[in-house]
Design a protein around this ligand. Sequence first.
Ligand SMILES: O=P(O)(O)OC[C@H]1O[C@H](O)[C@H](O)[C@@H](O)[C@@H]1O
Length: 492
Amino acid sequence: MSNQETVLTLPSGFTFDYTNLYGEGRVAQADVTAITDRLQSAHKAIEHMRATGEVRGHLSKDGVPEKVLFSQLPYVQDGNLNSPESISRLKEFGESLRNKVDAVITFGIGGSYLGNKVLFDVHCGEFWNSKGSEARQGYPKLFFSGNNIDPRRTVELIEQIKYEASSKLNGNSTRPYQVMLVVISKSGSTLDTMSTFMVAYDTLKQAAPTIEVQVVAVTDPIEGAQETLLHKLAAEESWPIFSVPDGVGGRFSVFSEVGLVTAACIGFDIDAFLAGARSMDEACKTEDIWHNPALLNAALKYLAAENYGRDIEVFMPYADYLKSVAEWYIQLLAESLGKRNDRTGREVYYGRTPIVAVGTTDMHAQTQQHQDGKHDKVVQFVQIASWYTDPVIPDAFPTAPKLSEIAALQLSQALNAAYEANAAALISDNRFNATFILPILGAFHLGELLYLLALSVAYEGELANVDAFDQPGVEAYKRLLGPKLKTLKSNN
Ligand SMILES: O=P(O)(O)OC[C@H]1O[C@H](O)[C@H](O)[C@@H](O)[C@@H]1O
């Protein structure tokens, strides 16, 4: 098989290069041919999911049939979860913060955090909060909390906000420092999120009049007997509410108001992001596996695990600001596919253990294991084809020949050479790897990438016959944790 046939490039330029995953000694043509019928059934099942929201065998936490609606999110239409009206409301919300709100703290964990962090990293980078308001185009600083119950960081974040509110950093402003707490929880009562939120809310409220606190809630909008605690609280306190819609699990919610609220707070291009997701969804409507990136990715990873024992997936972008995509993917892969039972109830212990890595960073840390450890991994690279800024390495020390050797190269050339060398070294010992290539690092291609991965696990759930949309395993510790907290409180 020639190289050309193992690279799938979409009209947008988004590319899936699976040269080092498919062919002689790798996942073979015969492996794919052997599951032709199952690929077709998987495709039909996903078409059915798109059209109706129904996924065979999927039950909610309460054991009742539940729709799966994430594939509707890229389509902004009246009557859809994302409608022209809801998107306008988000944009107006974002605009209303400009030059008015100094800092936003979003509280959330799992699906209520990971996607938001991706949008923040890609749009804002590392230094957003150190920039002046003008460089942020009037959008607020943005901090994350609730992603752990860490006492030290929680206190340090609050101290930082108080420090920022001091007149020195507040541009000697006479008005109070405006802080917006965005509390995100689908279930509305997650310990990590709510405990840190309550600490911050209470402490920052006490800093009045130097600090003024507003709260926005993002939660399941359902009312009545099943209303979430956060929804009830928001209604009582008159906090604005955005929705984590029914049928959209946390790990798929970056395309819903969960991710889009954060996007609005920082001026991230919501339209381009959803357009990218939409464009990927369109590309994945063909049943021809060789032209459908999500089906192809799912099939190759499934076969690599089942037929070749490659049941660890190292997700390794060559870009600092995509590390959070790897972290987001951890939850997506682990909660969707890590299943004890298949849909018939048979014990299968399915799934691939996800690992976060970053190139080139982890070439100096993990690569030893990838190259010489067990043959049990697929390394999934992500590469950026073209960078907005790309300095040339200067010949700063001409008397040092070793350094002069790399002078005149652009940083991206050095980065790409390192990636290519890593991929080639791995495959030279039959260590499976594949690469997603984004033409540039921006909202559209990010939407393509995240949506591809989300749809891919939906396909793989079908191939492995597991429910990709539940997470019963996380209930085990929760059943122990609740009583533990009660005992602690009664002993205090
Ligand atoms: O959004 P929340 O209801 O607060 O849930 C946050 C997270 O909680 C649990 O850990 C679930 O396993 C995750 O799927 C979820 O994303």
